[in-house]
Design a protein around this ligand. Structure first.
Ligand SMILES: Cc1cc2nc3c(=O)[nH]c(=O)nc-3n(C[C@H](O)[C@H](O)[C@H](O)COP(=O)(O)OP(=O)(O)OC[C@H]3O[C@@H](n4cnc5c(N)ncnc54)[C@H](O)[C@@H]3O)c2cc1C
Length: 404
């Protein structure tokens, strides 16, 4: 294919897609238009190491884009898509024609719509600038309150606590990671954080931030209790940036709906990454995956589709998280009903939770247990029947089960 491919967004999915498209031999024009001021960068370190170490991890260094004739227009947005004329309009009023259009607009942090949510010191975490503000906020802070016990919130809590900052985590549900992890993992992680001095509170419904022009001072909970806080990070999920797509009449259902080739309801438009609602490996309701492996897989799917190459084998969804000394890896979708088998010993910091239903594995959640994680991932990919007794028997090597 030649002509021009325009990518809306210059984040992880966009940067990965552009590199793979060139690698696949595309020799037409390739233009990325990104709202941020930066070349594509890694977001995972923002909540893991960036707070301690202000070094941006670029997806690729600047010369890569020049050498590969990839035009990156930064600090500019696409405001309009004309699907009939095959053009997009930028915030600078320029019109670009496209042969293929790729939407990689990502997601933005969900904010809590409560009084005081715009007070100084009430922060969220998505960009380099957010991470810098958080680092500055933590520098002189008497304490950090994290609203939302999701993965990003818990990672920030772990980094701050490791730096000696008093940390409180406020989670509205009755357990941390309620939406995304098994109750077993939630319990283990909450205990791990508490064991390192973090005040993890569940059932804590934030109704207001209180303070003055100098900043937030405390958080008010629904039961009337006040929690002191000098710096607050709100990590209550992300909203897909699908407004441009829905304004253009593309099928959206809580994100841009795509197929297994990352194609939208318009044959000339693909969508990748956090903005998409995508099919899942093994079937089930399409859903949004906010993870690097998912964005990368979709970048490969779109490249194959645009270049007319064979479609890409669907992958088992997975992602990772670092909390204190725990290197967590999760594969599959933890959705009830399921039974759980534990291998390893949480107290040692190395364990794997295997969730199975109907004689098949549905998900694996592992900490510092890479071999178990890999075996679980292979089992998920093959969808082979599993014997729960053997799965839970530490004398049976998992490798044997995965290869059986
Ligand atoms: C703090 C943090 C930690 C994370 N840690 C992990 C992890 O450990 N493991 C993991 O697998 N995943 C992790 N993730 C998730 C992962 O970073 C995302 O899944 C990934 O960045 C998605 O890439 P994307 O390109 O879809 O979105 P983004 O990287 O967000 O890029 C989208 C870009 O599009 C721009 N944009 C939006 N609208 C327009 C427009 N109209 N015109 C032009 N530009 C536009 C946005 O400004 C943004 O720069 C983490 C995310 C965060 C925020």
């Amino acid at each position: 294919m030649s002509g021009r491919v325009v990518v809306v967004g210059a984040g992880h999915a966009a940067g990965t897609f552009a590199a793979l498209l060139r690698q696949a031999g595309y020799d037409g024009e390739l233009v990325l238009v990104g709202a941020e001021r930066h070349l594509p960068y890694q977001r995972p370190p923002l909540s893991k190491t960036f707070l301690a170490e202000p070094a941006t991890q670029w997806l690729r260094e600047a010369p890569f884009y020049v050498e590969n004739s990839i035009t990156v227009r930064l600090h500019e947005t696409i405001t309009l898509i004309d699907r009939v004329a095959h053009t997009v309009e930028t915030s600078l009023g320029q019109v670009l024609t496209y042969d293929a259009l790729v939407l990689a607009t990502g997601a933005r942090p969900r904010m809590l719509d409560v009084p005081g949510c715009d007070l100084p010191g009430v922060l969220s975490l998505r960009t380099i600038e957010d991470a810098a503000a958080l680092r500055d906020g933590l520098a002189g802070a008497a304490g950090l309150a994290v609203v939302g016990g999701g993965y990003v919130g818990l990672e920030v809590a772990a980094v701050a606590r490791s730096g000696g900052v008093p940390v409180t985590v406020l989670e509205r549900e009755d357990r941390v990671l309620a939406r995304v992890a098994s109750p077993a993992l939630s319990g283990i992680l909450a205990a791990h954080h508490r064991g390192r001095g973090t005040d993890v509170r569940t059932g804590a419904d934030v109704v207001a931030f209180e303070g003055d022009a100098d900043g937030v001072r405390r958080i008010r909970l629904a039961d009337g209790e006040a929690v002191d806080a000098g710096t607050v990070v709100v990590g209550v999920g992300a909203i897909p940036c699908d407004e441009l797509a829905s304004r253009s009449g593309l099928l959206c259902r809580g994100g841009v709906v795509v197929d297994g080739a990352a194609r939208t309801s318009d044959d000339a438009i693909w969508a990748l990454g956090d903005v998409t609602v995508r099919p899942r490996h093994g079937g089930g309701e399409p859903m949004r995956f906010e993870s690097i492996p998912s964005a990368t897989e979709q970048a490969r799917q779109a490249v194959a589709s645009i270049m007319g190459k064979p479609s890409v084998e669907p992958e088992v969804p997975w992602f990772w998280s670092d909390q204190f000394d725990l290197k967590l890896k999760i594969a599959g979708v933890v959705a009830a009903p399921y039974d759980t088998v534990l291998r390893g010993e949480p107290a040692t910091g190395s364990f794997a939770l295997f969730h199975h239903h109907g004689g098949r594995l549905v998900a694996v959640e592992a900490a510092n247990a890479n071999a178990d994680f890999m075996a679980g991932r292979r089992l998920l990919a093959s969808n082979r029947p599993v014997d729960a007794d053997r799965l839970g028997d530490p004398t049976v090597p998992l490798r044997e089960l995965a290869l059986a």
